[in-house]
Design a protein around this ligand. Structure first.
Ligand code: GEK
Length: 249
């Protein structure tokens, strides 16, 4: 019963001890179900990542998918960008995620779409080199990086990019206004409830993410991207408190 096995039930029973969320094998096994039922607009953002990448990609440059998980954004780019010399570096520091990503890619067996252009690397995105990039994607990854490291990471990305290249940055957002913050959190929880998560699941997951997923405001993102040097930064998507920005060098 594949559909049942792949369903995210990790927080459906009361847990004695709630440890900080981490991207282990249990999470990797249910990840597509988890992210689709938890992140409003996820499928649209992944699809648009391909569309935007295809338009801004420059021949003889590289693409990066930072915090690639199971490679959904890489796959979207690989299918949309029509270049036999395309190379996509997909980086994640979870071995479990990458093993599963590799298996999924092999199972898809779709050579027509040139999926061999995706090169998975297990590493910390703070440690890798970024070179000659016209497209860099960080879909829901920066929020897991320690806030004090975010500027340096974005500077490194910026310096590794070509002029007119793009960064697609998708993040959960925070709000400084208390009522606004509460309303957006409530709406996100309505979304999770409508997707079959119980109050217990929502609450236990929220607690495990508290120290790990640290959202910032849209303003903080825009100011930082500007400071790093991006010439234009536009929010192109938002559903509840989940958003995506395109930043152009
Ligand atoms: C998607 N982009 O499906 N270095 C490398 N990877 C990291 C680091 C780090 N320092 N910190 C966290 N990760 C994907 C979804 S999920 C988002 C991204 C979510 C990785 C982590 O292992 C996980 O796979 C990913 O970032 C975040 O479009 O689960 O909400």
């Amino acid at each position: 019963m594949k559909a049942v096995k792949d369903r995210d039930t990790l927080y459906s029973q009361p847990l004695d001890k709630l440890v900080d969320f981490n991207f282990d094998e249990k999470v990797a096994n249910v990840f597509p179900d988890m992210i689709n039922r938890s992140v409003p607009g996820y499928a649209s953002i992944v699809a648009m990542t391909g569309i935007l990448s295809a338009e801004f990609y420059q021949p003889e440059t590289s693409c990066y998918d930072l915090g690639c998980s199971l490679g959904a954004s890489s796959l979207s780019m690989a299918k949309a960008i029509n270049d036999p010399n395309l190379n996509i570096t997909a980086v994640d520091n979870s071995q479990a995620m990458l093993e599963k990503a590799q298996t999924l890619l092999e199972q898809s067996g779709n050579n027509e779409n040139n999926l061999s252009c995706i090169n998975f690397i297990c590493d910390d995105i703070n440690q890798i080199d970024i070179n000659n990039a016209s497209v860099v994607v960080m879909n829901f990854t920066l929020q897991f990086i320690a806030p004090e490291r975010r500027s340096d990471l974005l500077k490194k990305i910026y310096h590794g990019m070509k002029k007119d290249g793009i960064l697609i940055l998708s993040e959960k957002l925070n709000y400084t206004d208390k009522d606004q913050q509460q309303l957006l959190i409530d709406m996100h929880h309505f979304f999770k409830k409508a997707n079959g998560y119980s109050q217990l699941e929502i609450s236990q997951k929220r607690q495990t993410l508290e120290n790990v997923l640290l959202p910032e405001t849209l303003e903080q993102h825009k100011v930082r991207l500007k400071k790093v040097g991006f010439r234009q930064t536009e929010q192109w998507f938002q559903c509840f408190n989940f958003s995506s920005i395109i930043a152009i060098k």
